[in-house]
Design a binder for this molecule. Structure first.
Ligand code: 5RP
Length: 245
């Protein structure tokens, strides 16, 4: 079925990332979300047609693992392969320095663990994800341990580096927010919870915020991906595609 609008843009970015960056013999990180979905689909297509051979992929979530398995994409984990040739993933917000907010789908920890080990981390987005400063356009997710989670939430909210944010525990389904499970905390693939930080104005110092969050006891990791992006492929609803970075 021919796609249109934002779905078309996501497909364009996803397909281009694989066409431009994935060749036979590579170890490839597979991201999570509705844009990464198309990159995984493209890898599956090219393996099936024989255009790609001998690649092995590392998924960043259980959802992506299931999609990749359904496409017969060979998989391993970081335990087997610590260095990746390329990792491809979406983002929730991209600033002019190519710093990202990720984790809208709740997969930020595995995404960061995989993508930080890639020689090239290629980010794929539709142009609605571009912003002048990280914060207001999409809440910043922070993965925390369930133990005394409200204490950790309050500790995060009090950090001067994220001053002014409103911290909320994510409830329901970790990826969709669907409340099938009532108002229970959303649980990540790693058994942790997510706190979303809502900002009305851009985060002043993204590196300082990243450091302060990471240094908070009880925080496992956060959705600020700074100095990690090799390239961002940006697609528009009109079928245009450009590269930043
Ligand atoms: C999941 C992520 C996703 O990459 C991010 O949420 C973007 O998703 P989508 O492509 O569906 O907009 O970080 O944890």
């Amino acid at each position: 079925m021919a796609l249109s609008g934002t779905d078309l843009a996501k497909q364009l970015a996803g397909y281009k990332s694989v066409d431009d960056h994935v060749t036979s013999g590579m170890v490839v990180g597979l991201g999570t979300g509705s844009t990464a979905y198309f990159a995984v689909e493209r890898v599956g297509q090219k393996l099936a047609s024989g255009e790609l051979k001998d690649i092995i992929c590392i998924p960043t979530s259980e959802r992506t693992r299931e999609q990749a398995e359904s496409l017969k994409i060979p998989l391993c984990t970081l335990n087997e392969k610590s260095v990746l040739d390329v990792a491809i993933d979406g983002a929730d917000a991209v600033d002019p320095n190519l710093a990202l907010v990720k984790g809208g789908g709740g997969a930020l920890l595995r995404e960061k663990m995989v993508e930080v080990m890639a020689k090239k981390f290629v980010c794929i987005v539709d142009d609605s994800k571009l912003c002048k400063g990280l914060g207001p356009s999409f809440a910043l997710p922070v993965e925390i341990t369930p133990f005394c989670h409200m204490h950790t939430l309050r500790t995060i909210a009090a950090l001067p580096e994220v001053a002014g944010c409103k911290a909320e525990l994510r409830l329901g389904n970790v990826a969709t927010g669907a409340k099938k499970d009532g108002d229970k905390p959303a649980v990540t693939d790693n058994g942790n919870y997510i706190v979303d930080l809502f900002f009305e104005t851009p985060i002043k110092d993204v590196r300082a915020a990243a450091k302060a969050l990471k240094n908070t006891v009880g925080v496992v990791d956060h959705g600020l991906f700074v100095d990690m992006t090799y390239q961002v492929i940006v697609a528009g609803k009109d079928g245009s595609c450009r590269v930043a970075g």
